[in-house]
Design a protein around this ligand. Structure first.
Ligand code: SD4
Length: 316
Protein backbone atom coordinates (compact mmCIF):
# COMPACT_ATOMS: atom_id res chain seq x y z
CA UNK A 1 0.00 0.00 0.00
CA UNK A 2 1.23 3.49 -0.85
CA UNK A 3 2.30 5.57 2.10
CA UNK A 4 2.64 8.98 0.49
CA UNK A 5 1.83 10.68 -2.81
CA UNK A 6 1.75 13.95 -4.66
CA UNK A 7 0.15 15.28 -7.85
CA UNK A 8 0.39 18.73 -9.44
CA UNK A 9 -0.86 20.61 -12.49
CA UNK A 10 1.41 21.37 -15.45
CA UNK A 11 4.97 20.48 -16.27
CA UNK A 12 6.18 23.63 -14.46
CA UNK A 13 5.56 21.71 -11.21
CA UNK A 14 8.21 19.06 -11.79
CA UNK A 15 10.98 20.62 -9.71
CA UNK A 16 8.51 21.28 -6.87
CA UNK A 17 7.16 17.73 -7.05
CA UNK A 18 10.68 16.30 -7.09
CA UNK A 19 11.59 18.33 -4.03
CA UNK A 20 8.25 17.53 -2.35
CA UNK A 21 8.51 13.80 -2.99
CA UNK A 22 11.90 13.72 -1.25
CA UNK A 23 10.37 15.49 1.74
CA UNK A 24 7.39 13.11 1.84
CA UNK A 25 9.73 10.14 1.60
CA UNK A 26 11.60 11.53 4.61
CA UNK A 27 8.38 11.68 6.61
CA UNK A 28 7.81 15.43 6.42
CA UNK A 29 4.30 16.86 6.73
CA UNK A 30 2.18 17.48 3.63
CA UNK A 31 1.54 21.12 4.65
CA UNK A 32 5.28 21.95 4.71
CA UNK A 33 5.85 20.00 1.53
CA UNK A 34 3.21 21.90 -0.41
CA UNK A 35 4.30 25.32 0.79
CA UNK A 36 7.93 24.65 -0.20
CA UNK A 37 7.02 23.06 -3.52
CA UNK A 38 4.66 25.86 -4.54
CA UNK A 39 7.19 28.49 -3.43
CA UNK A 40 9.66 26.98 -5.86
CA UNK A 41 7.22 27.52 -8.73
CA UNK A 42 6.36 31.03 -7.51
CA UNK A 43 10.03 32.01 -7.37
CA UNK A 44 11.03 30.71 -10.80
CA UNK A 45 10.98 33.72 -13.15
CA UNK A 46 10.37 31.76 -16.36
CA UNK A 47 7.01 30.32 -15.23
CA UNK A 48 4.78 33.02 -16.60
CA UNK A 49 1.52 32.25 -14.87
CA UNK A 50 2.53 31.95 -11.22
CA UNK A 51 4.31 34.27 -8.76
CA UNK A 52 7.43 36.19 -9.87
CA UNK A 53 7.33 36.46 -13.66
CA UNK A 54 3.55 35.89 -13.77
CA UNK A 55 1.79 37.76 -16.55
CA UNK A 56 0.05 41.01 -15.63
CA UNK A 57 -3.54 42.26 -15.88
CA UNK A 58 -4.67 44.72 -18.55
CA UNK A 59 -3.13 47.59 -16.57
CA UNK A 60 0.23 45.79 -16.51
CA UNK A 61 0.03 44.93 -12.80
CA UNK A 62 0.73 41.43 -11.50
CA UNK A 63 -2.20 40.50 -9.25
CA UNK A 64 -1.89 37.08 -7.65
CA UNK A 65 -4.33 34.56 -6.19
CA UNK A 66 -3.41 31.65 -3.89
CA UNK A 67 -5.05 29.21 -1.49
CA UNK A 68 -4.13 26.58 1.04
CA UNK A 69 -6.35 23.89 2.61
CA UNK A 70 -5.65 21.32 5.31
CA UNK A 71 -7.51 18.03 4.86
CA UNK A 72 -7.50 17.12 8.55
CA UNK A 73 -9.05 20.26 10.02
CA UNK A 74 -10.64 21.54 6.77
CA UNK A 75 -8.89 24.86 7.51
CA UNK A 76 -8.68 27.19 4.53
CA UNK A 77 -6.68 30.34 3.86
CA UNK A 78 -6.70 32.39 0.67
CA UNK A 79 -5.58 35.65 -0.89
CA UNK A 80 -6.76 37.23 -4.11
CA UNK A 81 -5.59 40.15 -6.27
CA UNK A 82 -2.55 40.63 -4.05
CA UNK A 83 0.33 42.69 -5.44
CA UNK A 84 4.00 43.02 -4.59
CA UNK A 85 4.47 40.08 -2.22
CA UNK A 86 6.91 37.31 -3.00
CA UNK A 87 5.09 34.16 -1.93
CA UNK A 88 1.29 34.37 -1.87
CA UNK A 89 1.11 30.68 -0.91
CA UNK A 90 2.80 31.36 2.43
CA UNK A 91 0.35 34.18 3.17
CA UNK A 92 -2.57 31.86 2.32
CA UNK A 93 -1.15 29.16 4.57
CA UNK A 94 -0.79 31.58 7.46
CA UNK A 95 -4.39 32.74 7.03
CA UNK A 96 -5.54 29.12 7.23
CA UNK A 97 -4.59 29.08 10.90
CA UNK A 98 -7.04 31.89 11.71
CA UNK A 99 -10.63 31.54 12.90
CA UNK A 100 -11.90 34.68 11.15
CA UNK A 101 -10.74 36.67 8.11
CA UNK A 102 -9.37 33.66 6.27
CA UNK A 103 -9.84 35.03 2.74
CA UNK A 104 -8.34 38.48 2.09
CA UNK A 105 -8.23 40.45 -1.15
CA UNK A 106 -6.27 43.35 -2.65
CA UNK A 107 -5.17 46.12 -0.29
CA UNK A 108 -6.45 44.18 2.75
CA UNK A 109 -4.34 41.16 1.86
CA UNK A 110 -1.30 43.38 1.30
CA UNK A 111 -1.76 45.12 4.63
CA UNK A 112 -2.03 41.72 6.40
CA UNK A 113 1.08 40.45 4.62
CA UNK A 114 3.00 43.58 5.54
CA UNK A 115 1.98 43.41 9.21
CA UNK A 116 2.97 39.77 9.38
CA UNK A 117 6.41 40.34 7.92
CA UNK A 118 6.01 38.67 4.53
CA UNK A 119 8.64 39.57 1.96
CA UNK A 120 7.75 42.36 -0.44
CA UNK A 121 8.87 42.08 -4.04
CA UNK A 122 7.98 43.70 -7.33
CA UNK A 123 6.56 40.66 -9.14
CA UNK A 124 6.65 42.15 -12.65
CA UNK A 125 9.70 40.94 -14.55
CA UNK A 126 11.09 42.68 -17.62
CA UNK A 127 10.16 39.60 -19.62
CA UNK A 128 6.52 39.71 -18.43
CA UNK A 129 6.31 43.43 -19.23
CA UNK A 130 7.60 42.81 -22.76
CA UNK A 131 5.09 39.99 -23.25
CA UNK A 132 2.33 42.34 -22.10
CA UNK A 133 3.46 45.06 -24.56
CA UNK A 134 3.56 42.61 -27.45
CA UNK A 135 0.12 41.31 -26.54
CA UNK A 136 -1.38 44.80 -26.38
CA UNK A 137 -0.02 45.43 -29.89
CA UNK A 138 -1.32 42.10 -31.22
CA UNK A 139 -4.78 42.65 -29.74
CA UNK A 140 -5.00 46.00 -31.52
CA UNK A 141 -3.55 44.85 -34.83
CA UNK A 142 -5.24 41.47 -35.13
CA UNK A 143 -8.39 42.13 -33.15
CA UNK A 144 -7.64 39.13 -30.89
CA UNK A 145 -9.36 38.18 -27.69
CA UNK A 146 -7.18 39.51 -24.90
CA UNK A 147 -7.75 36.53 -22.62
CA UNK A 148 -5.12 33.97 -23.26
CA UNK A 149 -2.40 32.17 -21.38
CA UNK A 150 -3.25 30.89 -17.93
CA UNK A 151 -1.80 28.01 -15.96
CA UNK A 152 -2.31 27.69 -12.24
CA UNK A 153 -0.01 25.54 -10.18
CA UNK A 154 -2.14 23.26 -7.99
CA UNK A 155 -0.60 20.60 -5.77
CA UNK A 156 -2.18 17.92 -3.59
CA UNK A 157 -0.19 15.72 -1.20
CA UNK A 158 -0.70 12.88 1.25
CA UNK A 159 2.01 12.25 3.82
CA UNK A 160 3.06 9.14 5.71
CA UNK A 161 0.65 9.93 8.55
CA UNK A 162 -2.17 9.97 5.95
CA UNK A 163 -2.73 13.69 6.32
CA UNK A 164 -3.61 15.59 3.18
CA UNK A 165 -3.38 19.17 1.96
CA UNK A 166 -3.89 21.16 -1.24
CA UNK A 167 -2.32 24.41 -2.43
CA UNK A 168 -2.91 26.67 -5.45
CA UNK A 169 -1.09 29.74 -6.78
CA UNK A 170 -1.63 31.76 -9.96
CA UNK A 171 -1.44 35.11 -11.72
CA UNK A 172 -4.82 34.19 -13.25
CA UNK A 173 -5.82 35.09 -16.76
CA UNK A 174 -3.31 37.13 -18.73
CA UNK A 175 -4.86 40.57 -19.47
CA UNK A 176 -7.60 40.08 -16.89
CA UNK A 177 -9.46 43.13 -15.61
CA UNK A 178 -7.98 44.71 -12.51
CA UNK A 179 -9.57 42.99 -9.50
CA UNK A 180 -10.70 39.90 -11.44
CA UNK A 181 -10.51 36.75 -9.34
CA UNK A 182 -10.67 33.25 -10.79
CA UNK A 183 -11.41 29.88 -9.22
CA UNK A 184 -7.94 29.24 -7.75
CA UNK A 185 -8.47 30.90 -4.33
CA UNK A 186 -12.15 29.86 -4.16
CA UNK A 187 -12.86 26.82 -1.99
CA UNK A 188 -14.73 24.04 -3.76
CA UNK A 189 -14.01 25.49 -7.20
CA UNK A 190 -10.22 25.77 -7.46
CA UNK A 191 -9.43 23.26 -4.71
CA UNK A 192 -10.82 21.02 -1.98
CA UNK A 193 -9.37 18.35 0.28
CA UNK A 194 -10.71 16.11 3.03
CA UNK A 195 -8.47 13.57 4.79
CA UNK A 196 -11.39 11.17 4.95
CA UNK A 197 -11.79 11.10 1.15
CA UNK A 198 -9.11 12.86 -0.89
CA UNK A 199 -8.43 16.11 -2.70
CA UNK A 200 -8.88 17.80 -6.07
CA UNK A 201 -7.71 21.04 -7.67
CA UNK A 202 -8.47 22.75 -10.96
CA UNK A 203 -6.79 24.77 -13.65
CA UNK A 204 -8.23 26.41 -16.74
CA UNK A 205 -10.89 29.02 -17.28
CA UNK A 206 -11.90 30.01 -13.76
CA UNK A 207 -15.13 31.61 -14.97
CA UNK A 208 -16.33 28.15 -16.09
CA UNK A 209 -14.74 26.07 -13.29
CA UNK A 210 -16.60 28.18 -10.71
CA UNK A 211 -19.93 27.48 -12.42
CA UNK A 212 -19.58 23.81 -11.48
CA UNK A 213 -17.69 24.00 -8.13
CA UNK A 214 -15.63 21.29 -9.78
CA UNK A 215 -13.04 20.46 -7.12
CA UNK A 216 -15.74 19.78 -4.55
CA UNK A 217 -17.66 17.79 -7.14
CA UNK A 218 -14.64 15.54 -7.77
CA UNK A 219 -14.12 14.95 -4.03
CA UNK A 220 -17.80 14.04 -3.62
CA UNK A 221 -17.55 11.58 -6.49
CA UNK A 222 -14.58 9.94 -4.79
CA UNK A 223 -16.64 9.77 -1.59
CA UNK A 224 -19.22 7.73 -3.51
CA UNK A 225 -16.52 5.25 -4.47
CA UNK A 226 -15.17 6.51 -7.79
CA UNK A 227 -11.42 6.31 -8.38
CA UNK A 228 -9.61 9.67 -8.72
CA UNK A 229 -9.40 9.07 -12.46
CA UNK A 230 -13.12 8.27 -12.83
CA UNK A 231 -14.10 11.17 -10.59
CA UNK A 232 -11.94 13.80 -12.28
CA UNK A 233 -12.59 12.79 -15.89
CA UNK A 234 -16.28 12.13 -15.19
CA UNK A 235 -16.76 15.57 -13.64
CA UNK A 236 -14.94 17.36 -16.47
CA UNK A 237 -16.78 15.43 -19.21
CA UNK A 238 -20.21 15.91 -17.72
CA UNK A 239 -19.76 19.54 -16.83
CA UNK A 240 -18.21 20.44 -20.20
CA UNK A 241 -21.29 18.91 -21.90
CA UNK A 242 -23.57 20.85 -19.56
CA UNK A 243 -21.79 24.11 -20.39
CA UNK A 244 -22.06 23.41 -24.11
CA UNK A 245 -25.75 22.54 -23.79
CA UNK A 246 -26.59 25.68 -21.84
CA UNK A 247 -24.09 28.20 -23.13
CA UNK A 248 -22.85 26.91 -26.48
CA UNK A 249 -19.26 26.48 -25.34
CA UNK A 250 -17.05 25.21 -22.53
CA UNK A 251 -13.74 26.74 -21.47
CA UNK A 252 -10.56 24.74 -20.95
CA UNK A 253 -10.77 22.73 -17.74
CA UNK A 254 -8.26 20.29 -16.19
CA UNK A 255 -8.38 18.74 -12.74
CA UNK A 256 -5.91 16.73 -10.67
CA UNK A 257 -7.13 14.39 -7.93
CA UNK A 258 -5.55 12.26 -5.21
CA UNK A 259 -7.45 10.00 -2.81
CA UNK A 260 -6.54 9.14 0.76
CA UNK A 261 -4.91 5.89 -0.35
CA UNK A 262 -2.43 7.80 -2.49
CA UNK A 263 -3.99 6.90 -5.86
CA UNK A 264 -4.09 9.74 -8.36
CA UNK A 265 -6.06 10.64 -11.46
CA UNK A 266 -6.81 13.57 -13.75
CA UNK A 267 -9.64 14.90 -15.85
CA UNK A 268 -9.33 17.28 -18.78
CA UNK A 269 -11.06 18.61 -21.88
CA UNK A 270 -7.79 19.74 -23.54
CA UNK A 271 -4.21 18.56 -23.85
CA UNK A 272 -2.85 18.81 -20.33
CA UNK A 273 0.47 18.13 -18.59
CA UNK A 274 0.83 17.24 -14.92
CA UNK A 275 3.37 15.75 -12.50
CA UNK A 276 2.97 12.94 -10.00
CA UNK A 277 5.11 10.95 -7.59
CA UNK A 278 4.43 8.02 -5.24
CA UNK A 279 6.68 5.45 -3.54
CA UNK A 280 6.46 3.29 -6.67
CA UNK A 281 6.55 6.11 -9.26
CA UNK A 282 9.50 8.47 -9.58
CA UNK A 283 8.48 12.14 -10.07
CA UNK A 284 7.52 12.44 -13.72
CA UNK A 285 5.79 14.76 -16.14
CA UNK A 286 2.80 13.16 -17.84
CA UNK A 287 0.82 14.38 -20.81
CA UNK A 288 -2.89 13.72 -21.15
CA UNK A 289 -4.40 13.88 -24.63
CA UNK A 290 -7.94 13.36 -25.78
CA UNK A 291 -8.16 10.67 -28.42
CA UNK A 292 -11.70 10.03 -29.78
CA UNK A 293 -13.18 11.56 -26.65
CA UNK A 294 -11.11 9.33 -24.31
CA UNK A 295 -8.17 10.54 -22.28
CA UNK A 296 -4.82 8.94 -23.01
CA UNK A 297 -1.99 9.50 -20.49
CA UNK A 298 1.69 9.12 -21.35
CA UNK A 299 5.00 10.01 -19.74
CA UNK A 300 6.64 12.90 -21.60
CA UNK A 301 9.91 12.24 -23.39
CA UNK A 302 13.21 13.88 -22.50
CA UNK A 303 13.10 15.61 -25.84
CA UNK A 304 9.68 17.09 -25.04
CA UNK A 305 11.04 18.48 -21.77
CA UNK A 306 14.14 19.89 -23.48
CA UNK A 307 12.00 21.67 -26.06
CA UNK A 308 9.80 23.03 -23.25
CA UNK A 309 12.78 24.42 -21.29
CA UNK A 310 14.11 26.02 -24.43
CA UNK A 311 10.71 27.56 -25.23
CA UNK A 312 10.07 29.14 -21.83
CA UNK A 313 13.52 30.75 -21.74
CA UNK A 314 13.57 31.93 -25.35
CA UNK A 315 14.39 35.57 -25.92
CA UNK A 316 11.32 37.77 -26.39
C1 SD4 B 1 -8.02 31.42 -13.24
N1 SD4 B 1 -7.96 29.03 -13.18
O1 SD4 B 1 -7.61 32.45 -12.73
C2 SD4 B 1 -7.15 30.20 -13.18
C3 SD4 B 1 -6.17 30.24 -14.30
C4 SD4 B 1 -5.65 28.90 -14.66
O2 SD4 B 1 -4.82 27.42 -16.15
O3 SD4 B 1 -5.61 27.98 -14.00
N2 SD4 B 1 -5.28 28.63 -15.78
O4 SD4 B 1 -9.08 31.37 -13.85
Amino acid sequence: MRTWGMIATWRMAIEGVTLGSEMLKNGEKCQDVLEKAVMFVEDYPFYKSVGYGGLPNEECEVELDAAFMDGKTLSIGAVASIKDFKNPISIARKLSADRYNIFLVGAGAESYAHKNGFVRQNMLTERARKTWELRVKEIKEKNLSPYDGHDTVCMIAIDQEKDMAVATSTSGLFMKKKGRVGDSPVSGSGFYVDNEIGGAAATGLGEDIMKGCLSYEVVQRMKKGETPQEAAQGAVDEFSKELIKRRGKAGEISIVALNNKGDWGIGTNVEFTFCAATPTEQPKVYIAKLVDGKVNIEITSEEYMRAYKEKIQREI
